[in-house]
Design a binder for this molecule. Structure first.
Ligand code: COA
Length: 183
């Protein structure tokens, strides 16, 4: 049984083992600092009864152009190897969505590597829908495409935020932020 709490600054120095996973996106310290300072309620840690860090989620709140574009974005989610398949990621993701419901956000979205099957299954199990494929989103050798997934939140009863889910493959438009813009 894990409990959730907001991340503390010194947690940043405790999750080295979490970030060695090849599917865990690693950002610079300034990225994490900015998130802790700007959206502390969207930077959440799962803690075991023995006080170990079992996982974390980081995200941001984006006001958007109008009310229906107000949304949250998950930037990083990871669960320590020994605590996987116990529902920790689902707990973190559901809590994240609830925090956004309190802000009257319309939807939550995220990007993941197309090769990340576990994460894709996780997000499908939580009701996220594939919206589009972002070509060469992750730099590397070779670059890797990303799935852009989205889930309507409680306020969006008609699921209008899924209306433009084309599932097409496109490059990230220049007026949209990548997660890396915060590095
Ligand atoms: C993906 C990840 C976050 C899942 O964390 P988790 O705590 O194990 O996930 P949960 O226990 O909440 O899983 C919920 C459901 O997701 C799906 N799922 C999760 N991991 C899976 C896996 N390895 N294989 C298949 N399905 C999986 C299952 O449907 C699972 O339900 P079930 O266990 O009842 O079958 C974890 O494997 C991880 O940290 N991976 C490395 C980092 C990463 O990929 N982060 C996401 C980047 S976008």
């Amino acid at each position: 049984m894990s409990c959730l709490r907001e991340m503390h600054l010194d947690d940043l120095f405790k999750f080295n083992t979490l970030v060695f996973d090849p599917f865990t996106e690693v950002y610079r310290l300034s990225f994490f600092m900015r998130h802790l300072a700007q959206w502390p309620e969207l930077a959440v840690a799962a803690i075991t009864p023995h006080g170990q860090l079992a996982g974390f989620i980081f995200g941001k709140f984006q006001p958007g152009m109008d009310d229906t574009d107000m949304h949250g974005h998950v930037c990083a989610l990871t669960v320590e190897m020994h605590f996987r398949r116990l529902g920790v990621a689902s707990l973190l993701m559901n809590h994240f969505a609830q925090m956004l419901d309190y802000k009257n956000a319309w939807y939550v979205d995220l990007y993941l590597r197309c090769s990340n099957e576990s994460a894709y299954k996780l997000y499908c199990s939580l009701g996220y829908c594939l919206r589009r494929v972002l070509l060469e989103y992750y730099p590397g050798d070779p670059d890797e495409d990303a799935y852009d997934m989205r889930k309507p939140l409680a306020i969006d009863v008609q699921q209008t935020s899924l209306l433009h889910a084309s599932r097409q493959a496109v490059h990230l438009p220049s007026d949209e932020e990548s997660d890396d813009d915060y590095n």
